[in-house]
Design a protein around this ligand. Structure first.
Ligand code: PGA
Length: 257
């Protein structure tokens, strides 16, 4: 039985697409997903340079597509060369922002503490964070996934108000599944999703646990999406590679509807 939670499929475009290429991709995606857009929250997360064009298309054509950034800095403004502040994303009508993706943790020194600062900063500005967590292959093979991910959630989601906690979106993405074609079984992914939900419940109470959305990410494709979405604690997907192809992304969105 499907829960009350609206499924979400978010495309993480990573460092792909110029703003012109992104505009074409959004047009194609929109044509293909409009029939289910009232049942699935569809979100695209272009690179920073593509946000303006994407925002304009979504606004002018009144597309039922959410817009997200892939990162943010936690200060409101200041001498932070190269950084982007939450209110700059607000201006571009970004409703969402990915935080703590494993690639940011690996290449840009993101920690649970900086993730938390970003999460709190986004909430101050009314942007919903999509908070990523997930273990390395070594941690998985050592059977330490639950402990590792629980700590990521406890530290990354600390300090929320009850209202903020009820809107939490977490993406569970095992690092070893990202871009590799390997995935955990849907049952294993659901076990971790359930643990994430329980952790949110322990931090913020049962209503937050029930309403929080947990996405699975890591090599989600049209061929495997439905299996993950049939699991009770998985509310959708954060999609990388397959989000760059309108047809594949649309198939995943339909699997969630
Ligand atoms: P992938 O990436 O779908 O290409 O595995 C997912 C992600 O990194 O969010």
């Amino acid at each position: 039985m499907r829960s009350e939670r609206t499924p979400m499929v978010a495309g993480n475009w990573k460092m792909y697409t110029t703003s012109g290429e992104g505009a074409i991709l959004i047009d194609r995606v929109q044509d293909l997903v409009s029939d289910v857009a009232d049942r699935v929250d569809v979100v695209v997360c272009p690179p920073f340079t593509g946000l303006k064009a994407a925002s304009t298309i979504i606004e002018v054509d009144r597309l039922p597509i959410g817009l997200g950034a892939q990162d943010v800095f936690w200060e409101d403004e200041g001498a932070y060369t190269g950084a982007i502040a939450p209110r700059m994303l607000v201006e571009l009508r970004c409703g969402y922002c990915i935080v703590g993706h494993s690639e940011r943790r690996e290449y840009f020194g993101e920690t649970n503490e900086t993730v938390n600062r970003k999460v709190l900063a986004l909430h101050r500005h009314g942007i919903t964070p999509i908070v990523c967590c997930g273990e390395s292959l070594g941690t998985y093979e050592a059977g330490q996934t639950a402990d590792f991910v629980r700590t990521q959630i406890r530290e990354g989601l600390a300090g929320l108000t009850a209202q903020q906690a009820s809107g939490v979106i977490v993406a569970y993405e095992p690092i070893w599944a990202i871009g590799t074609g390997h995935t955990p079984t849907p049952e294993t992914a659901n076990d971790v999703a359930r643990m994430i939900r329980a952790t949110i419940g322990a931090m913020y109470g049962p209503p937050a646990a029930v309403s929080a959305r947990v996405l699975y990410g890591g090599s989600v494709k049209p061929e495997n999406a439905a299996m993950f979405f049939s699991e009770p604690d998985i509310d959708g997907a954060l999609v990388g590679g397959a989000a760059l192809k309108a047809g594949a992304f649309s198939d995943i969105v339909h699997a969630a509807s």
